[in-house]
Design a protein around this ligand. Sequence first.
Ligand SMILES: CCCCCCCC/C=C\CC(=O)SCCNC(=O)CCNC(=O)[C@H](O)C(C)(C)COP(=O)(O)OP(=O)(O)OC[C@H]1O[C@@H](n2cnc3c(N)ncnc32)[C@H](O)[C@@H]1OP(=O)(O)O
Length: 302
Amino acid sequence: MALVAGMRVGSRVLFRPWAWLPGAALGRKESAARGRVGARGFGSQRVLVEPDPAAGIAVMKLKSPPVNSLSLELLTEFVISLEKLENDKTFRGIILTSDCPGVFSAGLDLMEMCGKNPAHYAEYWKAVQELWLRLYLSNLVLIAAINGACPAGGCLISLTCDYRVLADNPKYVIGLNETLLGIVAPFWFKDTLVNTIGHRTSERALQLGILFPPAEALQVGMVDKVVPEDQVQSTALSVMAQWLSIPDHARQLTKNMMRKATADRLVKQRDSDIQNFVGFISRDSIQKSLQVYLGKLRQKKG
Ligand SMILES: CCCCCCCC/C=C\CC(=O)SCCNC(=O)CCNC(=O)[C@H](O)C(C)(C)COP(=O)(O)OP(=O)(O)OC[C@H]1O[C@@H](n2cnc3c(N)ncnc32)[C@H](O)[C@@H]1OP(=O)(O)O
């Protein structure tokens, strides 16, 4: 099992994502994570942050080409940027979008889940859990400006947001398609979906691994608005203005009231969830399914 540093916030022990960064970078990253953001853009190699302090918002762009798959590095940088904005009182909202043309995020990085050892799987899964907890319980208004395909873990990230705007392009499908890979969406993925689209629709969507095109995504409530591609950002900004017109305190308490029970289910069993993941993903049959799926993705080009 990998050694992962933790820090206590209230009653929760939070994972410190920068704890495994190389020694030289650690001091700089840690102090940067605690500093104020200011008006200039910041970010890291894989997460661009464009702050607008006057408006109290920041646009966060995932930039891990080609498909923003959620590698350990991307998860780490994502959490650091999120924490930095969360800790700076200037900011009340984040628009989350992609810098990779045509893809919001391809979901979890399959390379992190194939052919690695149990310690790696544990470390990886802890980072996935941490990102979900941070996003799901964020005090900030989070709006997903979904400007590309949004399968599996990508969809999960968008589902943690308070509002989803999807670009109207038939290629930009969204959903939890885990079963198509021969894997099972964990209970907290399922809970996040059920909280968004309801039990019956989730049951069908999860079992069949449905990736919804925009009109259907809107119809089932997977997204809140579908707009022409060139209006995704401006729509997200105007939706943000509406959400920010609500007093923060009342909105935050309401959000917490709606989401806490779901988040607590994972918080109470993080370790066993990690063990379940490690056991599941290490199975030969699952490794084989993932390899076959990766092979198909690669063949698509040939
Ligand atoms: C008891 C507990 C059990 C817990 C079980 C585990 C739970 C796991 C939970 C979540 C699962 C996931 O999130 S798994 C990831 C699922 N993702 C997908 O199915 C999406 C796969 N990708 C695509 O469909 C497409 O790539 C795309 C639509 C996103 C983009 O298409 P496009 O044509 O633009 O790009 P390519 O397909 O050519 O891809 C380019 C390049 O990227 C590689 N790639 C794509 N997706 C991933 C990925 N998720 N991880 C790693 N790599 C990925 C693809 O193979 C290409 O690579 P090469 O250039 O080397 O060929």
